[in-house]
Write a protein that binds this ligand. Structure first.
Ligand SMILES: *Cc1c(COP(=O)(O)O)cnc(C)c1O
Length: 418
């Protein structure tokens, strides 16, 4: 993994050049047929002086539409926005090839609205793949995911009319229980399920637990059933590959077919930046032929989407370079490690994957009052919580951590547990 960092000036130049390569709604070239235009000028006036130094804001104001998928051909989907579409293409290439180690030119992708859309896009592709290639009936296809998975899995299964097989995990290690998996899959097969859309978490939201993609792949291979694995790295996609040099979540792993990696979680980009990456040859299964007015057709769930979102992701990756981003993510892990050591000193039971910045603490060690004061998130707001989690994000100050830990210690000393 390597890409060089760029200076702010270099980034500015590239982004402005890409905006100029788009046809400008204000420019000389006539644009009579597009149902889009620049942002309303009463509020978003284009001669605001700061815009000259603000490439992302300039992209927002010029308002390019990145409808469609831009990695399928070097030709632009909508010629009007060909300049900024090139940045999206470069972004997909960078993330797929440098961060997830894909072979050059062998991945497609787009900037979805978020992890939810990217996960559902994956399920949609594989559902259609099984229908087209195996003449599967809807009732024969199931989505398989652990009970710690994000709620976009049941949401997607519901929208796509698929059944769910929800895998049990060990209450301590949060690992998928393999014996239970065998029983659940056997039961589903006896009930007529023949095709499996398998989700592997590259970190669950609640625990930061990471599923064993190879165990999942080996299991379904040995069963000799058609399956596809999608990796939900909405949370971990921009941290784990940098903190674990031997990550198995790369396109070199034949079990992996697609990945969700949100910009708006660890990459600190604006909301609306959920990256979807997929091996070439698969996204065609969700081609909407009826997208008559889009020259390149549409393959996404979202339709129209802002080109500024792709630009924001590209800019952040470029300003840091791979070494800079690695340093930043490793620093977050170091900070997390330090908190864990303190918790151990107080004999507090917690779960943490060493490559991630999430600590799930057993709820008995923390009062609800303290959890509320520090905005810790509980595993359940419906039932009594079993866990509270800390996420060591870039805004988390050491001082805040220190006072929190002191308060935990004081509470424990005053109770029976400590
Ligand atoms: C946040 C998250 C999602 C959903 O992402 P949105 O961007 O909120 O749609 C899916 N999976 C995991 C693991 C997440 O952390």
């Amino acid at each position: 993994m390597y890409w060089k960092k760029l200076s702010h000036e270099q980034i500015k130049e590239t982004v402005f050049k890409s905006i100029e390569e788009n046809l400008d709604y204000r420019g000389e070239h006539p644009i009579l047929g597009i149902p889009g235009t620049y942002l309303d000028t009463t509020e978003f006036y284009p001669d605001a002086p700061f815009l000259k130094d603000a490439p992302y804001m300039s992209a927002m104001v010029s308002n390019p539409n990145h409808i469609g998928v831009h990695t399928l051909s070097e030709e632009s989907v909508l010629e009007v926005f060909q300049g900024t579409q090139k940045i999206e293409r470069a972004l997909i290439k960078l993330v797929a090839e440098e961060i997830f180690n894909g072979n050059p030119g062998e991945q497609d992708g787009y900037v979805a609205t978020g992890g939810t859309e990217a996960n559902i896009e994956a399920m949609w592709i594989y559902r259609n793949f099984f229908i087209k290639e195996y003449e599967a009936r809807i009732g024969e296809i199931a989505v398989v995911y652990s009970e710690d998975s994000h709620y976009s899995m049941p949401k997607g299964a519901n929208i796509l009319n698929l059944s769910s097989i929800i895998l049990k995990v060990d209450p301590e290690s949060r690992e998928i229980l393999w014996a239970a998996l065998g029983e659940q899959i056997t039961k589903a097969r006896n009930e007529g399920v023949k095709f499996f859309i398998v989700i592997a978490n590259l970190s669950t939201t609640m625990f930061g637990s990471v599923d064993d993609i190879d165990m999942l792949g080996d299991y379904f291979s040995n069963q000799n059933v058609p399956f596809k694995i999608h990796v939900d790295a909405a949370y971990g996609g921009f941290i784990y590959p940098f903190t674990n040099p031997t990550s198995r979540f790369t396109f070199q792993n034949p079990y992996l077919s697609s990945i969700t990696a949100d910009g708006h979680k660890m990459l600190q980009t604006p909301y609306g930046t959920g990256l979807f990456l997929v091996r070439k040859g698969l996204i065609e299964y969700v081609k909407t032929e009826e997208a008559q007015y889009i020259p390149g057709k549409d393959y996404t769930i979202s339709g129209s989407r802002s080109g500024a979102n792709a630009i924001s992701m590209w800019m952040i990756l470029q300003i840091h370079g791979s070494e800079g981003w690695k340093y930043k993510m490793e620093s977050l892990c170091d900070k997390t490690e330090r908190i864990c050591k303190k918790l151990e000193g107080m004999s507090v039971v917690y779960f943490r994957n060493p490559h991630l910045n999430i600590i799930a603490i057993e709820a008995q060690y923390i009062s609800k009052k303290l959890a509320h004061k520090y905005q810790l998130v509980a595993d359940s707001y419906e039932f009594d919580p079993k866990w509270f989690k800390i996420v060591v994000m870039p805004h988390v100050k050491q001082g805040t951590v220190d006072t929190f830990l002191m308060e935990v210690e004081a509470e424990l000393k005053g109770s029976k547990i400590g």
